[in-house]
Design a protein. Structure first.
Length: 171
């Protein structure tokens, strides 16, 4: 998300705000991960990543979670890590009922903006070749395919499409 105005509009329009992930969010993050069919990280890996000063971890938090019968307080999350001048986006997931609402775009823009401010010049991610919805999301956010990792994913076996976006223009 590139401005306070965009954040405010997202919050007003959908009852959701983007916040930094905390340890208290991890059980629900793992639930979203499992429901989304992502490669499993699990609670411990997210907890360790929270300890890193190189990580960018955000959640899409429901403004009025008490209105939900299932106890959910989150709608989605994103996890990324900066290394040198590169931002690697590890996981992006949104509960199915909140997909196609702009949350994935909002989370992605927020992490890319913060990565660029921290010095990243490029952002990378891998996506299942069969996940056309995710590939369209990333393309809308400026990512382009730059390579393939054969048989990268298991359960089911699938190739990973490597995608990249420039965060800073060349001098």
């Amino acid at each position: 998300m590139s401005s306070i105005t965009e954040r405010a509009l997202l919050s007003l329009a959908s009852g959701i705000q983007i916040d930094r992930m905390t340890e208290h969010d991890l059980l629900e993050v793992v639930e979203i991960e499992e429901q989304s069919g992502l490669s499993r990280w699990g609670w411990s890996a997210y907890y360790l990543e929270l300890q890193s000063r190189h990580s960018f971890m955000y959640v899409a938090r429901l403004v009025n979670p008490l209105e939900r019968d299932d106890g959910a307080t989150l709608a989605g999350y994103i996890v990324a890590r900066i290394s040198g001048n590169e931002l690697h986006i590890n996981n992006v997931a949104v509960y199915e009922e909140y997909r196609r609402s702009g949350l994935g775009t909002g989370l992605l823009r927020r992490v890319v903006k913060d990565g660029a401010e921290a010095g990243a010049e490029l952002a990378f991610l891998e996506v299942r070749s069969a996940n056309s919805a995710a590939k369209r999301l990333y393309e809308r956010c400026g990512f382009t395919a730059v390579g393939v990792r054969k048989n990268y994913y298991s359960g089911p076996l699938d190739d990973a499409v490597i995608m990249r976006v420039k965060l800073k223009d060349d001098p």
